[in-house]
Design a protein around this ligand. Sequence first.
Ligand SMILES: Cc1ncc(COP(=O)(O)O)c(C=O)c1O
Length: 363
Amino acid sequence: MTVRFAKKLEALPHYEGGMDIDRARRTYEASDVIKLASNESPWGPHPAVLEAIREAAIGSNRYPDQHAARLRRRLADRFEVEPGGIAVANGSCEILLAAALALCEPGAEILYAWPSFSMYPQLAPLAGAREIRVPLDDAYRHDLDAMATEVTAATRLVVVCNPNNPTGTCLPPDAIAAFLDRVPDHVTVVVDEAYVEMQVLDHPDATVDLLAEHPNLVLLRTFSKVYGLAGLRCGYALGSARFRGAVDAVRQPFSVNLLAQAAGAEALLHGDDVDSRVERTIAERVAVEEELRGLGLRTADTEANFSWIDLGDRDEGEIVEGLGRRGVIVRAGTPLGGPGHVRVTYGTAAENRRFLDALAELL
Ligand SMILES: Cc1ncc(COP(=O)(O)O)c(C=O)c1O
């Protein structure tokens, strides 16, 4: 008799991140490899953040603050909300998993758009819930009308990814507000704003004003993207004290490590650095999108740090492989729910140049 694992494991999709540089070197036999596959920042942490990490590391013999009090206070000051409603986690992914576990029982429903962040399909099987996926519209945007009609008495969690990964499309805060008005109070709506700082439709904090009116709203944010801290794993949620309590109840203690807490708290003091990173990202976005159009390719209307490219009748596998052989790692569309597409994250100007030249050569 062999070891028996839980049945739910069979339904659980395997989360596969972008290929790392070492593996790409081996796979494609390329020496000089750039990774544009995981929506990371090409720019390392601010020097003061690195210093804070160094200093914090000295105390590594102790467990970190279980309540991440300093980081939560800084976040509360930054967003002018109560610290009690802020959950800090080991990446915002941890909050998604905890939300699913804390909100769902067998028979519950989780609703999200598709294609969207490739981790969402893990939530329902893990929580023993049923998932409902609503296709994006023809412009690759969330169809919030269609999503609202799918809400039932069994719905416990709705996830709206805005800007959406992998398409980069974004809805304005007015559309989110109108959607919230249509969703019953028993349903938690998580608006996953991992890339919100990079959108230019409205002020990135416009949705924060919706929290006061909607106790069932959770805004999910992260230090992994614009702050350049993906390797430390630190994300947070702005919501209600009840939501935060539920998240804390279902996950392991001390999940946010000492260095991540110190880095996040310091990073919040450097808003001008964030502004500069956003400006540089937008400059790359404009340049890359224009060149892609020049190559005759259709792209989604992106508000993030990546482009979603429609390859038409070109072979997705050949393009991904051809770019890989030229030392450029991008993300194939099929595993992200969009066959016939690729997603490319913006790197530095020089990296983007390499990507565009390699793509032009292949086409
Ligand atoms: C939409 C979205 N949400 C959440 C995350 C995960 O962020 P974190 O690193 O904070 O877990 C990602 C990462 O790619 C993402 O694209």
